[in-house]
Ligand binder design. Structure first.
Ligand code: ADP
Ligand code: ZN
Ligand code: MG
Length: 491
């Protein structure tokens, strides 16, 4: 491992430069240029036809839904969308690419010049440029393992051939592995919010190649970059970049030069391996795809996409932070997915006090879930249940102590709040004379506090309310109790 050998002072002389290329499968029903099902997990070689197999004479027809998704993602990333973009053939030979070329876009991609803001360690935002977003098709899959004769044979599953993709290429604006991690996290969030992809990395719906170079901090020019391929989680991207940065610095410090090459990340060993150098790099011999006309994106089409564009994660976090008085961590929890944020807000808006719904969800429910190691989706208490609880609190029909007891039962028995509340409706003392007797007792027992109150320290009333509430085992009606305490103290 070169990593640990380096002195921090040596590391500090260098600045990493990182740019990411992300491939995203689009959630269309059918493939990019034929009517085959775009479906992960089908029996191998069942979703194929002459078009996606590249049989002679078969002609591609562009799937409009794929263009809609590409345009939606491009708008969400602040890109400029080209009115007239061109499909191109990217030629290379590989067994999982029966056509011998991939339909992609080259010098006239559908979208360019986007931005993505990522949070920084000091609480600010850093803007990362997006060079381009282009449409292309996926290749098939080579299966190297899992067959009795896998030692001598590779099998092919061509179901993935022709799956619509967008490739999103960042500017070399990223400076640390952590920033790369944040960029990917934010990008995925936006793609999920716009529902253009399921971004499932295990299934290969989102794949990332990381480009990285290092330069002396005072240098103007970028160093020679290495492309790390085959990294299938964001954490691995971060680890691969950390490894690669130290490896490159070590090469330079030893008086050598970084070779421009593609390297593979090996997660088991925690290191990268050379895959092919620049001399072996492909010449893709791009040329315009003769079987497809230019892609024309009209203003009407774009307008439709703008209508579909949801409130994006960053904006939603900002709005909800203000609306529900949240701290940054709670805002992140509530907006972690669009579906969850939608469910929360739809419920909260029906409550007397929406902030109280947020508060209960995050504290009482969140705390219990966390203690049990459960996810929000596994909560026995529904959003409607939380709204009911919040309203009961708001109307002083239950005390917060009673609420806690009811929620404990919900979590013990796996029952929703309404069920438990209906069955165990906590008793409330609403009888003034009973409460007054209790208040008299507390007043008699605490002459010092009575004096303080009468000397003008009105907040001491809270002390008496608390004492009586405790004496009543949480059963005193809070509104009535407050009123009676004030009356007694003032009399
Ligand atoms: P290539 O021609 O090798 O595909 P590109 O210029 O298209 O290279 O860039 C591919 C990716 O590499 C982009 O994300 C870009 O930001 C990044 N990149 C380009 N130059 C560098 C560099 N010197 N160091 C790190 N990343 C770089
Ligand atoms: Zn097909
Ligand atoms: Mg390139």
């Amino acid at each position: 491992m070169p990593a640990t050998a380096l002195d921090p002072a040596v590391l500090a002389k260098y600045e990493p430069v990182i740019g990411l290329e992300v491939h995203v499968q689009l959630l269309t029903e059918t493939k990019a240029f034929c009517g085959c099902a775009n479906h992960f997990g089908s029996e191998p070689n069942t979703n194929i036809c002459p078009v996606c197999l590249g049989l002679p004479g078969a002609l591609p027809v562009l799937n409009e839904k794929a263009v809609e998704f590409a345009a939606l993602a491009a708008l969400a990333l602040g890109c400029q969308i080209r009115e007239r973009s061109i499909f191109a053939r990217k030629n290379y030979f590989y067994p999982d690419l029966p056509k011998g070329y991939q339909i992609s876009q080259y010098d006239k991609p559908i979208a360019e010049h986007g931005v993505l803001d990522v949070p920084t360690a000091d609480g600010g935002l850093k803007r990362i440029g997006i060079t381009r977003l282009h449409m292309e098709e996926d290749a098939g899959k080579s299966l190297h393992d899992g067959f009795p004769d896998s030692a001598t044979r590779t099998y092919l599953d061509l179901n993935r051939c022709g799956t619509p993709l967008v490739e999103i290429v960042s500017e070399p604006d990223i400076r640390t592995p952590e920033e790369a991690f944040e960029y990917l996290t934010r990008l995925k969030e936006i793609l999920l919010y716009t529902r253009v992809s399921d971004c499932n990395m295990e299934e290969g719906s989102l794949r990332c190649d990381a480009n990285v170079s290092v330069r002396l901090k005072c240098a103007e020019k970028f160093g020679t970059k290495v492309e790390v391929k085959n990294v299938n989680s964001f954490r691995f991207v971060r680890a691969a970049l950390e490894y690669e940065i130290e490896r490159q610095i070590e090469v330079i410090e030893a008086g050598g030069r970084v070779t421009q090459e593609s390297r593979l990340w090996n997660a088991n060993e925690g290191r990268t391996y050379s895959m092919r150098s620049k001399e072996q790099a492909h010449d893709y011999r791009y040329f315009p795809e003769p079987d497809l006309p230019p892609l024309i994106v009209t203003e009407d089409f774009l307008q439709q996409r703008r209508v579909e564009l949801p409130e994006l994660p960053e904006a939603r976090r900002a709005r909800m932070t203000a609306e529900y008085e949240l701290n940054p961590k709670d805002a992140a929890t509530l907006t972690a997915s669009r579906e969850f944020a939608d469910r929360f807000e739809a419920a909260a808006r029906t409550a007397r006090n929406p902030r109280r719904v947020a508060n209960l969800l995050l504290s009482e429910i969140g705390g219990r879930l966390k203690a049990l190691g459960l996810e929000q989706e596994q909560s026995p208490v529904s959003m409607a249940g939380i709204v009911l609880a919040a309203d009961l609190l708001d109307e002083d029909k239950i005390s917060s102590k009673q609420l806690k007891q009811l929620l404990d039962v919900c979590f013990e028995k796996g029952e929703d709040f309404a069920v438990v509340y209906e069955r165990e409706k906590p008793r409330q003392i609403t009888d003034s004379s009973a409460l007054e007797a209790m208040i008299d007792e507390v007043i008699a027992a605490n002459p010092k506090q009575v004096e303080q109150y009468r000397a003008g320290k009105k907040t001491v009333a809270g002390f008496f309310v608390g004492q009586v509430m405790r004496a009543s085992k949480g059963q005193a009606n809070p509104a009535l109790l407050n009123e009676l305490v004030a009356k007694k103290l003032d009399s």
